[in-house]
Design a protein around this ligand. Structure first.
Ligand SMILES: C[S@@+](CC[C@H](N)C(=O)[O-])C[C@H]1O[C@@H](n2cnc3c(N)ncnc32)[C@H](O)[C@@H]1O
Length: 643
């Protein structure tokens, strides 16, 4: 099955009603902090972080009244504690109202039971289904007072397979995966694409759902064969409560075109996406992006490793590059894992910057690969993007740690200010790099919206840091704060567009292109003035000529041989060792007067643009748009009305 558009749909439109799930369950970790019925935060979290998974907590009497009967009548209370998990509970709750049909579908949802449990592929998924279905069958038999026979096991296997095939992780506004939910065919028949034309968002609150026009319809023709499924076999509409979901277009969709969403992270390489889709769902994605030959620009960039050989005649094989890629993956994953478990942000920053700056040389010597080869990550390699994300956050943590230890000492304050400055620079590099990819792959809109918003907040917070007074005291910079904060951007219509987008979340493709060009022009201009200041003392960032991608040179140049070059639209990106920025660390009068103003303006632009993108992909009333609006509202005396 698949879903197709009933009519031509513009970018940025809700194409389903607000759907309620057929079944759902919180992950055990959130049982004491979130309402089990609507997933919103509990007004008073349960003090016991390991509550009994058999007794649930609710945010309100209506939520309790809604879920309690389902919870008590499903067999979940008979599950042994070791087997108690959100997927098993979701499957048991689903079985309360629906039974599998002869086609192995449950409530019309594909179970993929035979493919997922095929004896020829024995892996984590088949093991999970076999153990889980066994525990479910036992619980079902107890609940119904019947023998635990093959028929019960088959029912349990189909239900669990259907959940693993169709359930989505429910995220809250902070991006935490709170639990899982299964929706009816309107959502569950939407197939995957690595270049999808739609995305979905969750609505977590106990309020009732509002109706919206349905822009898509089921299409039962797949692989040339007509599939017949009677309407009595599938569920229409959900429970009427629970975490809700809305599907929204992120591209213009033609009438009759298939509607697709992403089942995986689109900033991964093709190999990583394919491997995840195979292990979770057992299909090989043949979407346009995956089938492109040669690979799409984005896929090429995300996996590009440059082998720089010191001998002019030297060249490195694909085999060596793949080996380097594996070593880099191990190294970066280990550094991030160590940071997350041990919590030493300074060491994490040092190690990541070393690999970004120097590439992989000593690490490959261990496996006796040509010692004259240095393997460098491309600035748009998915590891580089992961590293920028981690660095932006780790430097911020370093700053907070310094201030929490001793915020009185000048030297600590100044060091913390430097850490915030570098964190803001990394968040700008991250937004610029992913924006560059977004230019070629517009389905990356949600990631880019988040990254521009993050960069905006980081820069605004830097512009208001008390650390500026430290700089004044130490004679490094003399910002004219009063005048610096007063400005109005006369060069772009971004703020008006953001406000219009907030009203209806809709923008025409041509208008979007115009406002994006204006935005890039403005931020490029402002960035030129402060980039030298933001990256001062950071060896890796000093090699990045310009984080706003339109002017980056797409070649990993070094004094030695370059064996890779990727070009797009005649605009390229590169890292350089030359310092070509117009201002560097605070010695110039221009910067002294305008650093704060420029960083402030840059922050406001990034925030408004992130908000505009968010209004397209998440909708005008979404959390991210409201958040951006609140921050900008707070600044409006400076941003909109000052002269
Ligand atoms: C949520 S269901 C989507 C609807 C499903 N096609 C149906 O008939 O009900 C997910 C399953 O659909 C199939 N599927 C989804 N996207 C696919 C794709 N791009 N290529 C091949 N199979 C896909 C896989 O079997 C996957 O496990």
């Amino acid at each position: 099955m698949e879903m197709r558009s009933k009519e031509e749909i513009e970018i940025g439109r809700d194409i389903t009603a607000t759907l309620t799930p057929l079944s759902f369950c919180l992950h055990t970790f959130y049982l004491h902090t979130n309402c089990s019925a609507c997933f919103s935060s509990l007004p008073i979290p349960n003090p016991n972080p390991n509550p009994n998974p058999y007794s649930l907590f609710y945010c309100s009497p209506p939520c309790s009244a809604a879920l309690s009967p389902l919870h008590h009548s499903s067999a979940e209370r008979h599950l042994p504690p070791f087997a108690h998990s959100s997927d098993l509970c979701t499957a048991l709750r689903l079985l309360l109202s629906h039974r599998p049909t002869s086609s192995s579908r449950l409530a019309g949802l594909l179970s993929n039971r035979h493919i997922l449990t095929s004896l020829s592929v024995h892996d984590d998924v088949s093991e999970r289904i076999s153990v889980g279905a066994g525990a479910m069958a036992e619980a079902i038999a107890k609940q119904r007072g019947i023998p635990n026979d093959d028929a019960v096991l088959e029912e349990a296997t189909i239900a669990l397979s259907a959940v693993l095939t169709n359930a989505v992780e429910v995220h809250d506004n902070e991006g935490r995966a709170l639990g899982i939910a299964v929706f009816d065919h309107i959502f569950s028949w939407i197939n995957h694409s690595c270049s999808p034309n739609a995305c979905y968002r969750f609505v977590l609150s106990s309020s009732h759902s509002e109706e919206a026009k349905l822009g898509i319809a089921p299409h039962l023709q797949m692989n040339g064969s007509r599939v017949s499924i009677s309407s009595s076999e599938f569920a229409k509409g959900g429970l009427g409560y629970g975490p809700r979901l809305v599907v929204r277009s992120i591209k213009k969709i033609n009438k009759g075109e298939e509607v697709t969403v992403a089942y995986t992270d689109l900033l991964q390489t093709k190999a990583m996406r394919q491997s995840e889709l195979w292990s979770k769902y057992r299909f090989v994605c043949c979407c346009k992006r995956c089938s492109a030959l040669p690979s799409s620009y984005v896929d090429h960039a995300l996996q590009e490793i440059s082998a720089i050989t010191c001998e002019s005649s030297g060249s490195c094989s694909k085999f060596l590059k793949d080996m380097a890629d594996r070593r880099l993956t191990e190294f970066i994953d280990d550094v991030i894992l160590e940071y997350l478990s041990v919590g030493d942000p300074e060491s994490c920053c040092e190690k990541l910057e070393e690999i970004l700056t120097q590439g992989l040389k000593e690490h490959l010597e261990v496996i006796e690969v040509k010692p004259d080869c240095i393997f460098m990550l491309h600035p748009l390699h998915h590891h580089s993007i992961k590293a920028y994300t981690t660095l932006a956050s780790a430097y911020k943590v370093c700053a907070c740690d310094l201030l929490s230890v001793d915020s009185e000492t000048d030297i600590n304050q100044l060091k913390a200010f430097d850490m915030s400055r570098i964190s803001a620079a990394y968040s700008l590099v991250l937004a610029g790099a992913t924006h560059h990819l977004f230019n070629s792959e517009s389905s990356l809109i949600a990631s880019v919206a988040n990254f521009w918003t993050g960069a905006g907040e980081s820069l605004l917070s830097l512009s208001k840091s008390s650390g500026w007074s430290m700089c004044v005291n130490l004679g490094l910079v003399i910002p004219n704060l009063a005048s610096a904060m007063k400005f109005k951007c006369t060069k772009c219509s971004l703020m008006d567009r953001f406000r219009a987008g907030m009203l209806n979340g809709q923008i025409k493709s041509a208008d979007f292109e115009n406002v994006s060009n204006e935005f890039l022009h403005c931020v490029s201009d402002i960035t030129q003035k402060v980039w030298g200041f933001l990256i001062s003392d950071c060896q890796f960032l000093q090699s990045c000529k310009d984080p706003i991608i339109s002017s980056w040179l797409m070649s990993t140049k070094s004094s030695s041989t370059v064996d890779v070059e990727v070009c797009v639209n005649k605009t390229n990106m590169c890292y350089t060792n030359e310092s070509e920025n117009s201002v560097s660390m605070c010695h110039e009068q221009t910067l002294a007067d305008h650093a704060v103003a420029c960083i402030f303006q840059l922050g406001v632009h990034c925030l408004a643009y992130g908000g505009l993108l968010a209004s397209i992909c998440y909708g005008p009333h979404s959390h991210l748009v409201c958040h951006v609006q609140n921050v900008l509202e707070h600044e409006k005396n400076f941003v909109l009305y000052s002269h």
